[in-house]
Unconditional design. Structure first.
Length: 156
């Protein structure tokens, strides 16, 4: 039976209704395997033989540096900025005052970059801030890492 309106009916929102839709967040999943010999695999691939000198704490720091540089590359790409970089990280583990457990109490990251072209002042600062902010590893650590940047030979 046809009526004068066969289309989808919509009801206007009132001031009390929340019309925002919850957006589903992206999910990034990772898996590693560690066998009895100490060999590590990433998502079942690329076996990596780690010397006993590589403690779990060293691996966290290596992940932090790699993640920060990957984040920087992600944000530099749309700006057509080429980069080469190296980095280092140090940390101190001690008894944390807030919960009395041992954990990271200080994390310092030093990154040395060559950017071509290097964005001017405020744009460079914004790019580096995005690299820090969007590194998933750094965002997961407490305390937050302290970053020192050197760009094209100039300490910032």
């Amino acid at each position: 039976m046809a009526t004068h309106y066969d289309g989808l009916r919509t009801v206007p929102a009132t001031a009390r209704q929340d019309t925002r839709m919850a957006a589903k967040a992206k999910e990034f999943r990772y898996a590693i395997g560690l066998d009895r010999t100490g060999r590590v695999t990433a998502d079942g691939q690329s076996p990596l033989e780690l010397d006993a000198a590589w403690t779990p704490e060293h691996l966290v720091l290596a992940g932090l540096v790699r993640c920060t540089l990957q984040s920087l590359r992600f944000h530099a790409a749309p700006l057509d900025i080429d980069l080469v970089a190296n980095g280092s990280a140090t940390a101190m583990i001690s008894r944390r005052p807030d919960d009395g457990r041992y954990g990271f109490v200080e994390i310092d990251v030093k990154l040395d970059l060559e950017l071509d072209p290097a964005p001017p002042g405020e744009e460079l600062a914004a790019l580096l801030a995005k690299a820090e902010r969007d590194c998933f590893v750094g965002a997961s650590l407490k305390p937050s890492p302290s970053y020192t940047w050197r760009v094209n030979g100039t300490a910032l």
